[in-house]
Design a protein. Structure first.
Length: 342
């Protein structure tokens, strides 16, 4: 079992990565917990035993269920079960489940502990770690949420073998992102080490900038949490524009190539670096082009609704100082880069 700490002072916690990690749940529950509420989905097929009195609550599947109505329903069921701050919420599932259960835990009684048992590759290397929770609005992805750090995260690589191929490939989109945030050539590593390498990078960034508050300010040599959104400005817009028919990881892969094309047009990187982005995405057998029927007129307004858009449309781009947020890009260049990934 590989243990990766997320150092956040009194909010610090460990991420356990390895085969069978879900069976370590009882040891990572907050001290003194008497009851648990396990939040999952009917199709997950992963059972856990918290080792204390518990109730299992299921939520719906798909991005359409990732909304405020689901949060209200969960919180009402917490109340009916009598959940208190002395209890714990256990989220068992992918990014949708940890986002939703984490948000419900954050707002119920103004905060109850939560432990994530992540069952997808995308969740294990990204969504379950760092305390970001939230749900969608019709106007955009993850526009309502809270920062609420878990008490622990269990990344059980055993369960990844049961993922449908497209779901697994979706996680590879996020894994490809880490290649440009300092990860080694992950394809050469065993699975547990690949996952833990991504987790270490995310833990390092989150410990530097827990709430993404330094996105537009100096960090004295530390890294802004906004860099974890590399490729995501286009990715989130594509998810909305395609009504989530294209998976998150597939959208991130396209977004990485787009970000490279945009950075090249701004003189931030050379053509060889763009080719490196395309080669990395290709090595993971992920798409590099916009889905048919999606055009700039649909995407540009969605860029403006992105959470990073504090001072106008913001992209996270590669450059001489590494990956960082960039604002004030001429719309003509934004459109030209979109044509390069059509």
């Amino acid at each position: 079992m590989i243990t990766v700490p997320v150092p956040l002072g009194e909010r610090s916690y460990d991420v356990l990565v390895g085969f069978g990690a879900r069976h370590r749940l009882l040891e990572v529950l907050p001290i003194g917990v008497q009851r648990a509420v396990v939040v999952t989905q009917a199709n997950i097929g992963v059972e856990v035993d918290p080792g204390v009195e518990h109730q299992v609550l299921t939520i719906g599947q798909g991005e359409a269920e990732k909304d405020l109505e689901t949060i209200e329903d969960l919180c009402r069921r917490f109340a009916q079960y009598g959940v208190t701050r002395g209890d714990v919420v256990v989220a068992v599932g992918g990014g949708m489940v940890t986002d939703v259960a984490g948000f419900a835990a954050a707002v119920y009684h103004r905060g109850v502990p939560v432990v994530h048992v992540s069952t997808t590759l995308l969740g294990q290397i990204d969504a379950a770690i760092g305390g970001k929770t939230g749900v969608n609005l019709p106007e955009g992805k993850n526009l309502v949420g809270a920062f609420w750090q878990p008490s622990a995260v269990l990344c059980d690589t055993e369960v990844l073998a049961t993922l449908p191929p497209r779901e697994y490939r979706s996680g590879l989109g996020e894994m490809a992102k880490y290649r440009f945030l300092g990860a080694p050539d992950l394809l050469d590593l065993p699975l547990d080490e690949r996952v833990s390498a991504c987790v270490r990078i995310k833990a390092d960034v989150v410990s530097s900038d827990e709430r993404e508050g330094a996105s537009h300010t100096a960090l004295e040599g530390k890294r802004s949490r906004a860099i974890l959104n590399y490729g995501h400005t286009l990715a989130h817009a594509l998810e909305i524009a395609t009504n989530f028919d294209v998976t998150h990881g597939e959208c991130v892969a396209i977004g990485l190539v787009y970000a490279a094309e945009l950075a090249w047009r701004l003189g931030r990187i050379d053509r060889a670096r763009v080719d490196e982005h395309r080669a990395t995405v290709g090595a993971y057998d992920l798409p590099m082009s916009l889905p048919p029927g999606v055009d700039a007129e649909e995407l540009l307004p969605l860029f403006a609704r992105d959470k990073k858009a504090v001072r106008g449309v913001t992209f996270v781009l590669d450059g001489p100082n590494g990956v960082e947020p960039v604002t004030g890009i001429d719309e003509k260049i934004v459109r030209e880069a979109l044509e390069a990934v059509r």
